[in-house]
Design a protein around this ligand. Sequence first.
Ligand code: BEZ
Length: 212
Amino acid sequence: MATIRLGDEAPNFTTETTEGTVNFHEWMGDKWAVLFSHPKDFTPVCTTELGTVAKLKPEFDKRNVKVIAVSVDDVKSHQSWIKDINETQNTTVNFPLIGDESKKVATLYDMIHPNASDSMTVRSVFIVGPDKKVKLTLTYPASTGRDFSEILRAIDSLQLTSKYSVATPANWKDGDDCIVLNSVPDDDIPKRFPKGAMKVKPYLRITPQPNK
Ligand code: BEZ
């Protein structure tokens, strides 16, 4: 198991899930993916997280993103837990949960951090692009539930910056101004950014979001 770094190919796997056998790369097709891990079934924070992601499915769909969760229990346990999630979170889980009792996927993605726990996964997030390359990783401890609106915000930035020569500043949200990459010469700005750019410093040029 090697450390997975940004830009690496997301390791492929074939595994059982609550929606049948999945080959990760084939399942992704030409879409983006969010692969995220949960310490254990029938735990409270995980229950709220999975319910939250189920409710956000239209937001992921809008962005052409498929979501898939991992927990180191088996599919039968997941199916039983899903009933609780649906009941308590007032939703319907609408994405696959990987049965990972062998810890195959957890090990492949280094989701078990022995100094946190040697049996449960931490809360890892891998955002993978349609080219199957890892675009973003996050690691949270078991006791801290994730903010999935931040994950959607990061996807907006990843998708925008993959198409335009911009970066997104602190606390940026879809629709906010962006930063022109320093690789773009001033002379190219009128052609590449027809809305113009404000030169605050030679290295800080602000432009309206190019695809809005
Ligand atoms: C939880 O999901 O609530 C949880 C799981 C493992 C450790 C702590 C909390």
